[in-house]
Design a protein around this ligand. Sequence first.
Ligand code: BES
Ligand code: MN
Ligand code: ZN
Length: 482
Amino acid sequence: MTPILLNNKVTEPSHILVLTEKFRNEFNLPEKVTDYFEAQFKKDEAAGTKGKKGTLSYNYIGKTILIVFVDKSSDKNKLHEQLRKHGAAMADAVNHQKGKEIYIYNQTRSPNLSLYVAEGIALANYQFIRHQSKSVAKQNSLQTVILANTKINAAEVHALNCVCEATYKARDLVNEPVNVLNAKALAGAFVQMGKEAGFRVEVLNKEKIKKLKMGGLLAVNAGSVDEPSFTVMEYKPRGAKNKKPYVLVGKGVVYDTGGLSLKPTPNSMDLMKCDMAGGAAVGAALYAIAKANLKVHVIGLVPATDNRPGFNAFAPGDIITMMDGSTVEMLNSDAEGRMILADALHYAKRFAPELTIDIATLTGAAAAAIGSSGIVGMGNASAKQKQALHKSSFHVHERIAEFPFWEDYDELLKSDIADQKNLGGPYAGAITAGRFLVKYTNYPYYHLDIAGPAFLTTKDSYRGKGGTGVGVRLFFDLISNL
Ligand code: BES
Ligand code: MN
Ligand code: ZN
């Protein structure tokens, strides 16, 4: 992770990003540079664009100086997102010049604005190159982000470092293919994270999963030679503010071939190493929460397996008895996520949660509806809980678009021969998936479908390319604000 440090002085000519409302030369820039700025300011003023144009950049003895004009009249969340993106652009420019550090110099009266820039820089500097033999040569030159001359609280910087590091970890897990990271290895990664950050991790193996009669998880695992895993993570700090825990449940399908209802390869199956992105987000969120020492009792559950069409693979038409004793007519083996999540949601009942949120790359329908710009959300959580989620989601720019959660849709899941089928109709596919899952809950519940934003095939600013780690920052912000 590219660490973000607090330091008061720019010690030598360096790459600098300046946040300002009115630029002042506080870092001994030579006259020719400030003259250039003055000339540009005048030009912009004459054109009536001063302060609106956004940025001014200059290259001085091989160092980038980027001046970002902060328009405080704009919407806060929008401004913060712009700052992350300016940070990301700065990171790219500095890497291009083989620079090692970026100073963020804040001349506004809002010291905390620097944190958004730093976040954008740190997240943009992520790389997944460990499988390249020339990885050392390909490594970004940028190594540190320095918050200069600000009045930022060290605890806030620490929290930001925790959440960025956790996002890196989630991205790593998503980017690893299934031949490197199967269900057992995913659970092992969570064990490691628990050791590092300080939370309890218990991994249930196939034998225990059988004992618990997790029929959904076992059905999906039936066509695989690799064993499933079910990871239970618990972070319960002394002095936790909540009596009842928050439970996070993440889909951990380490690879989704579709099973016997096999997916086509191009732009479909070839991306399906990302199908444990929800699970990665849950583990990484616990990592950040524990490392930042937030005083909230949180539990994470990740059912994991690959979905393959091997010898005993469950066949369309099979009737599966789930952990809660109810039955599912499994009409499409590619609707596997809901099968494993159902058992996890049932398992969550034992904790009497304040709120359970699941996060899953669950349906192409969610991605088709809103693309990669946001998360599809729905549920029966309280109005207050939904408001908190909505607020956090816009604050971290992992925005939730809430879909209806009407009981009408249950009609589409009716089976003639079992309690439910795992396949809805041709429409409202994201919603029927959520309606399928709610049957396994008895507590306030919210469902997040991240099929759109979990994995990007083209680079998008600080979200990068590949696994985005979506959900980590959302959960961290939500739990921070409780
Ligand atoms: N993992 C997929 C959903 C997905 C699609 C994730 C695209 C990321 C990007 C999920 O298991 C799936 O296959 N869903 C089916 C459900 C259908 C058979 C009801 C789908 O969306 O087609
Ligand atoms: Mn599937
Ligand atoms: Zn899937």
